[in-house]
Design a protein around this ligand. Structure first.
Ligand SMILES: [Zn+2]
Length: 346
């Protein structure tokens, strides 16, 4: 206990031991509540880890920006045509898809934080690649914040597509009429900053009552009414299925890092033949500047790195709170002891 703590406790002692008991009992209660909350977090952390392990497919992926640069190097080769979501839709509708190349549709959903998206877009500029960034208006970041607002404008001016990552069915508690109203509201907000041509459904929870894109399934007239050229799931997969069924393309592959799956992205690109389409979804939130090796000699995945970071923070916090709890209990016991034996026992 520090000198300050002693003075503090002595100050209370002067006002009477009853106040002291109430104070430490309250402190003990608060610390107990925080401790239980941390235990609940640990349970969630464990289930996330199970989910992550269940979706691992290969140990070869490194979700680092170094790896991403190598992926961009690969995409920059002659044999690929890298398209934004809106490009793909427009080229298909004008019957002008570059079928003499491996077509790559490159899309990013900015779910949690724009900071890693900044970095990802910078790398794409450096490699001459343009992609689509789908941005939330109801996520944990504010698109009207000056820095983010300016970034969106710069991206759009530099040739990137900015789309809306919408979640209005979820936010309207699955009321379809209200969801349409909110969708228009959100589109207008994003369009007050940049032009918006496509939208993309966000998954708010693993098992939603309705997926956000069902608002378009229920009312397809929304596309024309809201001047939307396509939906990143409904429209793109409809086109891909149509192209394959009609024999215009050999095949298509959808690669997504959802749940931080391990994917051999570069290998998948190299294995693709001319006449195939690869639709890529990369969440910038899942990628990092560097990763700590957790297994001897082998490269590590972003998922494991993030989980490891979370575990370290949890272990540190648990140690601190455990220590505080022990002290609080000791203080309360000490007060009881003093009440029985008297202060001379100190
Ligand atoms: Zn999302």
């Amino acid at each position: 206990m520090s000198g300050e703590d002693v003075c503090f406790v002595r100050g209370f002692h002067l006002k009477g031991s009853a106040w002291k008991s109430v104070f430490f009992l309250s402190l003990g209660f608060i610390i107990g509540v925080v401790y239980v909350a941390l235990l609940i977090n640990l349970a969630q952390f464990s289930s996330n880890q199970t989910l992550y392990q269940a979706t691992r497919e290969s140990p070869n992926l490194t979700c680092t920006f170094d790896y991403y640069e190598r992926l961009l190097d690969e995409m920059g080769k002659e044999r690929y045509a890298v398209l934004r979501v809106v490009d793909f839709i427009r080229l298909y509708r004008s019957d002008s898809l570059p079928l003499d190349k491996v077509i790559v549709i490159l899309r990013h959903d900015v779910d949690l934080s724009p900071s890693l998206a900044y970095k990802m877009a910078d790398l794409e500029v450096k490699h001459g690649i343009r992609s689509t960034y789908h941005i939330r208006t109801r996520g944990p970041y504010n698109i009207l914040e000056r820095r983010f607002h300016n970034w969106l404008k710069n991206l759009s001016d530099s040739g990137f597509e900015i789309g809306l990552h919408y979640e209005t069915l979820y936010y309207s508690n699955y009321n379809f009429t209200e969801a349409e109203r909110l969708l228009e509201l959100d589109l207008n907000l994003l369009r007050s900053i940049v032009p918006v041509y496509t939208v993309c459904s966000h998954g708010n929870a693993p098992k939603q009552k309705h997926i956000n894109y069902e608002v378009f399934v229920r009312n397809p007239s929304l596309y024309s009414r809201l001047r939307i050229e396509g939906e990143a799931y409904l429209t793109i997969f409809e086109i891909l299925r149509e192209l394959k069924t009609s024999g215009i393309i050999r095949d298509y592959v959808y690669l997504s890092d959802t749940y931080r799956r391990d994917i051999d992205w570069i290998g998948c690109l190299r294995n693709a033949s001319i006449g195939e389409i690869i639709y890529i979804l990369i969440h910038p939130d899942n990628w990092r500047s560097s990763l700590n090796p957790l297994r001897g000699g082998s490269s590590e995945t972003c998922g494991l790195e993030v989980l490891q970071e979370e575990r370290m923070v949890f272990v540190r916090d648990r140690r601190i709170f455990s220590e505080l709890l022990k002290r609080a209990v000791a203080e309360v016991m000490d007060l009881k002891f003093k009440r029985v034996r008297g202060p001379t026992e100190l």
